[in-house]
Design a binder for this molecule. Sequence first.
Ligand SMILES: *Cc1c(COP(=O)(O)O)cnc(C)c1O
Length: 295
Amino acid sequence: MNIDFEIFSPVHQIQNKLFDEQGLKVFIKRDDLIHPIISGNKWRKLKYLLKQAQAEDKTHLVTFGGAYSNHLLATAAAAAKFGFRSTGFVRGEEVNNDTLFLCRLHGMNLLFTDRESYRYRPVLFNQYFADDNKAFFIDEGGASTLAAKGCSEMVNELTETYDHIFCACGTGTTAAGIINGITERHPDTKFHGVPVLKNGEFLRNDIDNYLTTAADYQLHTDYHFGGYGKATDELIAFVKHFAAATGILIEPVYTGKMLYALYDLVSKGYFSPGSRILAVHSGGVLGILGMKDKF
Ligand SMILES: *Cc1c(COP(=O)(O)O)cnc(C)c1O
């Protein structure tokens, strides 16, 4: 089977009085529209990993994630779509939630793992699947050089140039891929990463590891809202307002923080008039189902 499908990820302009006042044009790359479940950057990260698995004649994808992991769910659905079996190691005690329900629905076998064992993922893989020569290891979040390569293709799809590109950062793999794409095709574009974890400066190391050529980029580390999966009332209000004002659904874990950062920087006069700014909607909107009680 050919592991690929046609990508639908248009660029839409976001209208806002604030942008007009400052002479800015702001756009959003709709990677959330790629697939309802294999969403956003998660498909881009998986594409070459799945091709690698196929090339090695592997038929069983084994991966790792937290109980709300977009990556686990994307892997479950991609495995089903392309004819693989899938197993997901889930960090922490056994729970059930909407994400894991959807993982199971796509045929993923879930193995709950205590936090200590979870830290040693290759060890876990060997413990369970040393005898399964069809099993293929995919690390948490898909983090890998192949994942960065898949993400760099997003930049190839851009038919216009932008002065700034914004993206949310978890592991930084997606950021690295986009930066590689920018270096190759749009060297005048500046990349801005918004880490969703606390003390995001540490990401610089991880991003630089995946860069094909050293590059200059900006990390805005003050928009983590307390850390991964954390949200404040202000962030929740922003997510609500953005969805209602644009018809584009975002969520508080990734895209909400990134867009909050962008709007905040605009309001502080960060960008020079005439700038064209592209925000990457990296998908994952179903993650909002795990945060309903915060709304
Ligand atoms: C996983 C995820 C990210 C983070 O991607 P990294 O490559 O780990 O930095 C960003 N946005 C969404 C919606 C995600 O699901």
